[in-house]
Each structure stands twice: as C-alpha cells, then as structure tokens.
Ligand binder design. Structure first.
Ligand code: FMN
Length: 191
C-alpha cells in the first residue's frame, strides 16, 4: 500500500514536471533585449530557460562532424524534461537569429541518424516569441516555426512579437506577454 501511494506521488510529480515548459533563448547576447522579454515571460509562466549562447552548437554537417558538440545532449535533456518549448529569438535581418537557425538545422541530425530522438518531439508543444526593434514584424517571419512544428508533429501554440523602448518593456508589450502566458497556461492546463 505504501509502495502504491509513493508510486502515485512520484508519477504525479513527474507529470507536473513534464508539464513545465522551457524557453530556448536564441539571442547573440545573453543579457540583451530578448533576454529581458524572456525574463518577464518566465515570471509569468515559471518556465525554465536555456540560453543557446552558452552552448557549443555547430551548424548542420552532412558528415555529422559536429555530433560531439552540445546539441544532442541538450535535445535529449529537453525531450526528457519538457513537453512545451517556447523559442525566443531576436529579429536579425527579418529572420530568426543564426544561433537559433543552427539549432533548427541540427534537428535534421535527428531525422537522419538519431531518429528515435527526433520522434520524441512528436506530440510536444511549440511556441515562439520574437523581439525586434519595433512593433512591425514582416509577413512570413513565423512561417518556419509553424511549418517546423507541423513537420515534426508538434502542436503549435502560437507566437507573439515584442520589442523594447528606452531599454524597458513598454506596457503594451507587457500586456502582449501576459495574455500569451495565460493562453499557454490554459492550453497546458497549468495554473
Ligand atoms: C544583426 C542584426 C540585425 C537586425 N535586423 C533587424 C530586423 O531585420 N528587423 C528588426 O526589427 N530589428 C532588427 N534588429 C534589431 C534587433 O532585432 C533588436 O534590437 C532586438 O531587440 C535585439 O535583441 P537582442 O538584444 O536579444 O539581440 C537587428 C539587430 C541586429 C544586431
């Protein structure tokens, strides 16, 4: 009986932990504008954050010459711990950052040689937060995220565009982040 109860407790804790999401910060600087937005999002979701700038992740290579870098252990860790991944990227030249694009390109490793790891992304949730120099985000920016989620069998939770003014988060942007946080929490059924 005691054993059954503790198993249930453990299972409950495990499920709760899995329900927690992770924000993957893809900025070329660890403490920049995108980080400011990520910190605010973290406060409202309790999600963890992984800063890609602190990882050594090389580009996709057809001969998998980068297979010993940080990508595979990082992705294994993410799929094991989280069911929800929110990508946070600055807008660099109308597109996601290079550091985040490398991360996406490397998912191809999992479609070719680490197939089981790639399959574990299926059924997970993806969202995206962009941070630019102002309110305008060109049409098409979100497409790679929507289509990648679709290709990988992930549920796309949605996205928001943000920016800073005078080194701070404008009230309008705080509202955008708050609404997004609530929507994500409702979709994941967490409080
Ligand atoms: C290389 C580079 C390219 C940029 N290109 C754009 C752009 O196309 N559109 C835009 O709105 N802002 C652009 N910006 C401005 C950044 O998106 C903006 O300052 C962002 O908040 C920076 O976030 P970070 O501090 O995390 O890098 C660019 C900045 C850099 C450094």
């Amino acid at each position: 009986m005691t054993f059954e109860l503790s198993t249930l407790t453990l299972r409950f804790k495990y499920n709760n932990m899995k329900n927690k999401g992770v924000i993957i910060l893809g900025s070329a600087r660890s403490n920049g504008n995108t980080y400011e937005i990520v910190s605010f999002l973290q406060k409202n979701t309790g999600f963890d954050c992984i800063d890609l700038k602190t990882k050594n992740i090389g580009g996709f290579d057809y001969e998998f010459q980068n297979k010993e870098d940080d990508f595979l252990p990082l992705l294994r860790d993410i799929v094991q711990k989280y069911d929800t991944i929110i990508f946070a990227t600055p807008v660099y030249w109308y597109a996601m950052s290079g550091i985040l694009k490398h991360f996406f390109d490397r998912i191809s490793d999992c479609l070719i040689s680490e197939k089981e790891l790639g399959r574990q992304l299926r059924g997970k949730n993806m969202g995206m937060v962009s941070c630019g120099s102002g309110p305008e985000l060109k049409t098409g920016f979100t497409m790679p995220f929507v289509e990648s989620a679709h290709y990988l069998g992930m549920h796309y939770l949605g996205d928001i565009h943000t920016w800073l003014e005078n080194d701070g988060i404008p009230e309008r942007v705080k509202d955008i982040v708050l609404v997004f946080s609530e929507e994500v929490k409702i979709k994941l059924k967490i409080s």
